[in-house]
Design a protein around this ligand. Structure first.
Ligand code: COA
Length: 259
C-alpha cells in the first residue's frame, strides 16, 4: 500500500493525490517510487481510462522536490535522482491515457514540472507557479528546462527559470502554462467534467493523438505529418472507427470499445 499517494479509481477515472500535506506534498524518494507504481497501474490496468493528478489539502499541489533530501546528495546521487524522477514523469506523459493536473495551490519546482508532464492543466485561482531551484543554488532536475520552453516559449521560460520567481494562476493562464483557471471549490469537478468529455471519444484515437503530438513536436514537420497519416490509416483498421463513422451517419451516439 502506498504511504504518500492516494489512488482512487471511480468509473474509469483514477484520481492520484500526492498526500504529504504537512510538507506541502514535496516529492521525496518515496513519493517518486510510489508515483512510478501508480504509473505502472495506469499503463496496465484497462479499467483506468484517464487520470486526474492533484495534491492533498488546500495549500499545495506539490511544492517541489523534498529539499531536506537534497542537502547532502553527491553529484552522482543528484544525477540519479533527476533521471529517476524524469523517467517516472516521462512514463506518465507517455501512458497513452489522458492525464489532467488539477493544481490546487503551490506548483513549484518539481511540482510545476509534474504538472507540465500532464497533458492538460487546470489551476485553482489561488495556485502559484515557479521554478525556484536557482534560489537554492541548483537547477531544475525533473524536466523544467525541457518542457517549460516548449509550453510557454524560450523567453518566458528563461524569465521563470532565471529569476526563480512565482507567478499566479492568471499569469500562468496568460502565458499558456495552464489551460483553465477555476475557483478552488470547482477544481476537481471541472477536471472530471473535462476528462469525461474526452473519455466519450474513441480511446485508440485519443491514444493516437497523444502519441502523435508527443513524438511530432520532437521531429520535423514532414515526419510529424507522416506519423499523423500513419495513425489515420492505422485507426481505419479499428472497430471503433467503423462504429464512430457509422454512428454519425445513423445520427446516434457511438459506443466505443477500444478495439
Ligand atoms: N521540501 C521540503 N519541505 C518543504 C518543501 C520542499 N520543497 N516545501 C515546503 N516544505 C515544508 C516546510 O519545510 C514546512 O515544514 P515544517 O512545518 O516541518 O517546517 C512545511 O512544508 C510548510 O511549509 P512553509 O514553508 O512553512 O509554508 P509557507 O506557507 O511559509 O511557504 C512556500 C510556502 C511554498 C512558499 C515554501 O514552503 C517554499 O518556498 N517551499 C519550497 C519551494 C521550493 O523551493 N521548491 C523547489 C525545491 S527544488
Amino acid at each position: 500500500m502506498p504511504t504518500t499517494l492516494l489512488f482512487e479509481l471511480n468509473n474509469g477515472i483514477a484520481r492520484v493525490t500526492v498526500n504529504r500535506p504537512d510538507k506541502l506534498n514535496a516529492l521525496n524518494a518515496t513519493v517518486i517510487a510510489e508515483l512510478g507504481d501508480a504509473v505502472t497501474r495506469i499503463e496496465t490496468d484497462a479499467a483506468v481510462r484517464g487520470v486526474i493528478l492533484t495534491g492533498s489539502g488546500q495549500k499545495a499541489f506539490v511544492a517541489g522536490a523534498d529539499i531536506a533530501e537534497l542537502t547532502a546528495q553527491t553529484p552522482m546521487e543528484g544525477q540519479a535522482r533527476a533521471i529517476l524522477g524524469q523517467q517516472v514523469f516521462r512514463r506518465l506523459e507517455r501512458c497513452g491515457k489522458p492525464v489532467i493536473a488539477a493544481i490546487n495551490g503551490f506548483a513549484l519546482g518539481g511540482g510545476c514540472e509534474l504538472a507540465m508532464a500532464c497533458h492538460i492543466r487546470i489551476a485553482a485561482e489561488h495556485a502559484k507557479f515557479g521554478q525556484p531551484e536557482v534560489k537554492l543554488g541548483i537547477g531544475p532536475g525533473y524536466g523544467a528546462t525541457a518542457r517549460l520552453p516548449r509550453l510557454v516559449g524560450k523567453g518566458r521560460a528563461l524569465e521563470l527559470l532565471l529569476t526563480g520567481g512565482m507567478i499566479d494562476a492568471a499569469e500562468a493562464y496568460r502565458i499558456g502554462l495552464v489551460n483553465r483557471v477555476v475557483s478552488a471549490d470547482k477544481l476537481l469537478a471541472e477536471a472530471e467534467a473535462l476528462l469525461r468529455t474526452i473519455l466519450e471519444n474513441g480511446p485508440l484515437a485519443i491514444r493516437a493523438c497523444l502519441e502523435a503530438v508527443d513524438a511530432g513536436l520532437e521531429t520535423s514537420l514532414d515526419q510529424a505529418l507522416l506519423l499523423e497519416a500513419n495513425h489515420f490509416g492505422l485507426l481505419s483498421a479499428t472497430e471503433d472507427m467503423r462504429e464512430g463513422t457509422k454512428a454519425f451517419l445513423e445520427k446516434r451516439k457511438p459506443l466505443f470499445k477500444g478495439a
